[in-house]
Design a protein around this ligand. Sequence first.
Ligand SMILES: C[S@@+](CC[C@H](N)C(=O)[O-])C[C@H]1O[C@@H](n2cnc3c(N)ncnc32)[C@H](O)[C@@H]1O
Length: 220
Amino acid sequence: MNRYKKRVALDPEAARYIVDADLTLAVSERRQNIPITHRLPVDFNSLFGNTRPVEIEVGFGTGTFLAESSKLHPEKNFLGIEITKKMAFLTANRLLKEKTPNARLVLADASLFFKAKVPDCSVELIHVYFPDPWVKKRHHKRRIMNRAFLKEAFRALVPGGRVNFFTDHRDYFNYFLEEKAAFGLFKDDAAMGACVPTAYERKWTGQGREIYRAVLKKSL
Ligand SMILES: C[S@@+](CC[C@H](N)C(=O)[O-])C[C@H]1O[C@@H](n2cnc3c(N)ncnc32)[C@H](O)[C@@H]1O
């Protein structure tokens, strides 16, 4: 059986890596996907206990990027946002095993979470890697990389902050280019920093698939 089809039990100690959508309580199985109805921005300094730069990964899946990047960069803080409980549990268990001090996870819809919780000019880098492509036309509205999300990302980034977006899906990439043009404020950034490959990146490059990459910069 595919290991992701199995139920994943959250190690009680790993629960401390998962912050509730309202960022006051550790998440429990009974309190999932709490609707975020009012804006009460996160205080990243108190969440991480320091003032280091914050990077956010949207849709972290099995947590490969978060676990490895947070280890490589103890000088930064990493917040992962994931909509699927199983992935959040799996990644929290992984962070516990690695004894990662500088990563936290939120179980929420990233577009809602950005809108409701992420303060203005607070994030250095937003990572969006291989988001679900929602291939049917009637499902395109579910794609995360749309102009509404780009607006929230732009607001949340510090000046000079960046969004990295990678996909193996050419149609999604074209859709993203149209949404980016419609939003209009981001500049393309040719400088792609070294980046830990995610589980999907490893899988698709292993199969020789083409990967489409964009780096957007908030330059004022
Ligand atoms: C195709 S997987 C890619 C996982 C990982 N980024 C990688 O490259 O290996 C997409 C992930 O995004 C999550 N996801 C989908 N929509 C989301 C949303 N609105 N907010 C947060 N996570 C979301 C899915 O549950 C899934 O884990």
